[in-house]
Design a protein around this ligand. Structure first.
Ligand code: HEM
Length: 405
């Protein structure tokens, strides 16, 4: 009997992609003892679970994955309750709200971070930029005091540690629950204050939102803000570091993007396919379900390997090649099911923030390229990725001619 690498092993953490290929080929359905879940890896199977045309899956797994750290979020909801909640929050992340209110926030927060290092000639794009930019954007969108951004960043770190705790370390779990309490103590008074004195910010928009006579409670809004730390922060953080790492290791493609910035959306889509920030998400089966390789019984947890599905040779030509010019990846609309990859999932829970993420990466990459005309990796630096549940470059030390003007 062959042994596939375990998703919790150090070999897998070092580089999951060879293991993903073996799983797709040899064992597209695996029972995994340690996570008590069925693992699926082929594009066709993962896509089918996400689309869930026949309502065979629920997101009940989030009751234990998310609830202890966030409370009840949109991801745990289903059916009409979910549809209404989604309609309450989604408009804030697209269209005129995004373009008019939040684009300036995105531009300002990116510029502030770049201004802090552009005179020095060196930076670690992960620590000096990517881990700060999206979470600062969210704090700023919500209209939180600048003085509180550091605390917000601390909660962000604790939340992602909790979510990445696949092996169930009890200390990390306890820290996550403390974060929920602290976050509520901070956030609930801010929400009450904002209801009394609404402004032009995201929090005021969420307080006022109403669909079919339904509004969000203070607790609902607090849980949504908490979810934004991870859903909107960590993911976009890894997408920005990822797009830059992929381009730096493919200098011809970097040169093409530098010369023609209209290639950035294609580079973004290809980065999400090739190195998806969220490598896996789970579902719960509501009935017996046939997938490639066998039957998943009702009531089981299913681990959907986005990172594996996005490199399925049945779906993409030469899937292990990073190529922003590939023509088997449609990039016309981030909200279309034909977006061409599974990094934002599909179906009912398709990422609410996809257009916000796209805007952040486009603004961020444009500003970074403008500020650093001869941007290059620090001499001798080998790119190393980290993370199993979410994944991205560990560090990204770069050099460039400092701008002194
Ligand atoms: C949902 C990925 C950016 C907010 C999701 C899901 C994925 C995902 C895979 C589906 C989860 C599931 O079906 O179980 C990403 C990636 C991002 C990103 C890769 C960056 C490149 C953002 C941003 C926001 C956001 C910037 C901020 C608004 C959400 C929310 C949901 C979600 C609220 C839940 C939607 C629902 O349950 O209906 N995201 N996300 N995401 N995302 Fe994102």
């Amino acid at each position: 009997a062959h042994h596939l690498p375990d998703i919790l092993s150090p070999e897998f953490a070092a580089n999951p992609y060879p293991a993903y290929a073996e799983m797709r080929e040899k064992e597209p359905l695996i029972w995994h003892e340690a996570t008590q879940s069925y693992i699926i890896s082929r594009y066709e199977d993962v896509e089918r679970v996400f689309k869930d045309k026949k309502a065979e899956f629920t997101t009940d797994n989030y009751n234990w994955q998310l609830e202890p750290v966030h409370g009840k979020t949109i991801l745990q909801l289903s059916g009409r309750e979910h549809a209404v909640r989604r309609a309450l929050v989604a408009p804030a992340f697209r269209g005129s709200d995004l373009q008019q209110k939040f684009l300036p926030v995105i531009e300002r927060n990116s510029r502030e971070l770049i201004d802090a290092f552009r005179h020095t000639g060196s930076a670690d794009i992960v620590n000096d930029y990517a881990t700060r930019f999206p979470v600062n954007v969210i704090a700023d969108m919500l209209g939180l005091d600048k003085a509180d951004h550091a605390r917000f960043h601390g909660w962000y770190t604790a939340v992602i540690a909790f979510l990445g705790n696949l092996s169930g370390d009890p200390e990390v779990a306890a820290a996550g629950e403390r974060t929920r309490v602290e976050f509520a103590e901070y956030m609930l008074p801010v929400i009450r204050e904002r209801r009394a004195n609404p402004g032009d910010d995201l929090l005021s928009t969420l307080c006022a939102a109403e669909v079919d006579g339904v509004r969000m409670s203070d607790e609902d809004i607090k849980a949504f803000c908490s979810l934004l730390l991870a859903a909107g922060g960590e993911t976009t953080d890894k997408a920005i570091a990822g797009i830059l790492a992929n381009l730096l290791s493919h200098p011809d493609q970097l040169a093409a993007v530098r010369a023609d910035r209209s290639l950035i959306p294609a580079a973004f889509a290809e980065t999400l396919r090739y190195t998806p920030p969220v490598q896996m998400i789970m579902r719960q089966s509501a009935t017996d379900v046939e997938v490639t390789g066998g039957t998943i019984p009702a009531g089981a947890t299913v681990t959907c390997l986005i990172g594996a599905a996005n490199r399925d040779e049945r779906r993409y030509r030469d899937p292990d090649r990073f190529d922003i010019f590939r023509d088997d990846l449609a990039t016309t609309s981030a909200f279309s099911a034909a977006a061409g990859h599974l990094a934002f999932a599909l179906g009912r829970h398709f990422c609410v923030g996809a257009l916000l993420a796209k805007a952040e990466v486009e603004v961020g990459l444009n500003q970074l390229l403008d500020a650093m005309p001869d941007l290059r990796l620090a001499d001798g630096h080998d790119l190393v990725e980290q993370g199993v549940f979410t994944r991205g470059p560990k560090t990204l030390p770069v050099r460039f001619t400092p701008v002194t003007a």
